[in-house]
Design a protein around this ligand. Structure first.
Ligand SMILES: Nc1ncnc2c1ncn2[C@@H]1O[C@H](COP(=O)(O)OP(=O)(O)OP(=O)(O)O)[C@@H](O)[C@H]1O
Length: 443
């Protein structure tokens, strides 16, 4: 806008020519098939590495369907990003192909319960109904509210019975289905009970079975005794990947990139970061894609180790920001003290030294000082989101038994992220560091 309120024509035309040149020009990209580095893509069997035992166990179970028998329920457990969802969906797709050849109506319904806004049984049944109706190609005429859970079950099972010979429900993160706090039995227990008894109790002819995917197999301890006796899944374990396995996985997706667009060492570096990140293949694939996107943004045609390092820094920062961004002031102060102590003490932060630094910071910036117990519990909260781990120990400090915190995220990223908050304007990092060193020596 100019002073008289009219548009600046020169600026507008240069803007539109920039936009035109971007839209009209041929896009430079390092990617040949970007889908391969989208972690939601279900890749073909020839790109799945090192899961033969698990694939075989899943195929053996699903095979029953082709023989007209109900497959056993499966429980796939292990850390995040270890191929639980990928393998079971890949096998289910294959079984579906065979079933179609044999004129069997087989299908699978995959639902992730974590992403639901409410974790009640009612919402879970509604969601299963909605997905099942979609697969069956019929409309799901049940409103979310105003209809009882029983009525939702009835309609769901009617669709199942009418449209499928065999159906597998793939239930991801089922342990998040806790239901209301007042419920005496968790919602997932009631859902598993119903699904495992549907053929007997609802007179459904369809061969119905379940595949539960979880990082927390201990959820079974909270099953109601009735569910526990009717639900006996076959367990299949998935362990995390080491760097060499991640290299194999990533190498099978090289063709996501154009010929020559991946510099030597890029895959190995991404795998090394991935191995540090709990051997999670999802994070490794995402990092490889992010590095490629960064090269694209910079207008470069080859992805190098530099892009990987930079992409990793920004992933870590975003993750830490997501966790610490919403913390209260006192939690931030406690975590900051822990991070500074860890920073000067080779990554380990003993609680007495943290508390000394925390007190100093609060006194110097005129803030309330909470008890050591509260500070420890504030820091432990950060642990539940995966920033650090704690262990009870008794060695080396006058104060007897204490907690030792070790960070699972890079300490410098935690300090840098916390320092973005105005609260820390009054605190000099160098001063905090020297107090931390002193308190390590004197506690
Ligand atoms: N063995 C493997 N070979 C090829 N790709 C893999 C392998 N394991 C995992 N992946 C890829 O890593 C990503 C995460 O895998 P998947 O979704 O199966 O993990 P998950 O174990 O189900 O994790 P979560 O517990 O978080 O749901 C996916 O993109 C998947 O394609």
């Amino acid at each position: 806008m100019q002073g008289d309120g009219s548009e600046d024509i020169t600026d507008q035309s240069s803007e539109s020519s920039i936009v035109d040149s971007i839209l009209d020009g041929k896009r430079k990209t390092v990617f040949e098939n970007k889908q391969l580095v989208d972690s939601n893509t279900i890749v073909d069997h020839n790109r799945i590495y090192g899961r033969d035992k698990q694939l075989a166990a899943e195929a053996r179970a699903f095979r029953d369907t082709l023989d007209g028998e109900r497959p056993p329920d499966l429980l796939l457990y292990g850390p995040s990003g270890t191929g639980k969802t990928l393998t079971v969906k890949a096998v289910a797709e294959k079984v579906k192909e065979r079933a179609t050849q044999n004129k069997i109506d087989f299908d699978f319904i995959a639902v992730n319960f974590k992403t639901m806004e409410s974790h009640s049984l009612d919402r879970a049944v509604w969601k299963l109904g909605n997905q099942t109706a979609k697969k069956a190609g019929v409309s799901w005429d049940i409103p979310r509210k105003g209809v009882s859970t029983d009525a939702k079950y009835v309609r769901l099972y009617e669709i199942v019975d009418r449209h499928f010979d065999a159906l597998v429900f793939i239930l991801d993160e089922i342990d998040t289905l806790t239901g209301r706090a007042s419920d005496d039995e968790p919602a997932y227990s009631r859902l598993l009970y119903s699904l495992s008894r549907v053929m007997a109790e609802q007179h459904v002819d369809t061969l119905v079975s379940t595949v539960v995917i979880t990082n927390h197999p201990k959820f079974r301890e909270n099953l109601d005794s009735h569910t526990d006796s009717s639900y006996n899944p076959t367990g299949i374990h998935f362990s995390d990947y080491d760097a060499n396995e991640l290299i194999e996985i990533l190498n099978r997706r090289r063709d996501a990139f154009k010929d020559g667009a991946l510099d030597d060492g890029v895959i190995e570096l991404v795998a090394a970061y991935g191995a540090k990140n709990e051997g999670d293949a999802r994070r490794a694939i995402d990092l490889l894609r992010d590095a490629g996107e960064l090269a694209n943004r910079n207008g470069e045609t080859v992805v190098t180790e530099r892009h990987v390092h930079a992409a990793n820094d920004s992933v870590v920062k975003n993750r830490v920001l997501e966790i610490v961004g919403g913390m209260s002031l006192q939690k931030k102060l406690s975590l900051y003290a822990a991070a500074v102590v860890a920073d000067v003490n080779n990554g380990a932060a003993p609680s007495p030294a943290i508390y000394t630094l925390y007190q100093e910071i609060c006194q110097r910036t005129d803030r309330d000082v909470y008890t050591q117990e509260t500070v420890n519990s504030h820091i432990n909260k950060a642990g539940t989101y995966g920033v650090l781990e704690s262990e009870r120990t008794s060695g080396g400090f006058k104060s007897g038994v204490h907690l030792m915190f070790t960070f699972t995220e890079p300490v410098d990223a935690v300090i840098e992220t916390l320092e973005e908050d105005d609260t820390f304007d009054e605190i000099e990092l160098s001063t905090a560091r020297s107090i931390a060193r002193q308190s390590i020596r004197s506690t």
